[in-house]
Unconditional design. Sequence first.
Length: 159
Amino acid sequence: MGPGYSTLGFVVIVVLYVVIGLLAATGCVTVSRRFLGPRAEQVFYAVFLVVIAAFYLAFAAHFRSAMAWRLESAAVVAFFAIGLAGARLPVALVVGYLLHGPWDLLHELVQQGAISAFEPGQLTAVPLAYGFFCAAFDLFMAGYIYQRRGAWAAASHAT
């Protein structure tokens, strides 16, 4: 837990961000299902995976985390490759979102001092509870994509 936070206050913030992450994922799914066909929805979530991974480059720039650029860039390249594969193979998106959630949470846990496997500055800083928000969002999305994989595969074969 970071400096200046009470345990109860931190827990409340984490719970709120997890709930907001789940609500955001629900909204994202609702809007995408309403306005996109199955094939376009799959491509949307493939691109979205790359965009949310790229947030870490924005955080590295914002927080001036010069040491973090190498690792964060490598992660973005990896998620780009997964997203590219996911535009054709729904299972790649399931794996991508399942990997991205722990990546988000790792940043949070390192920042809060719960994990010390990285040197200071090796991972970029994130806003408080961002990792919990994103992990909840990503886990929900992995489940949703797993559930939609059949419809997406059928749409791919129909074209």
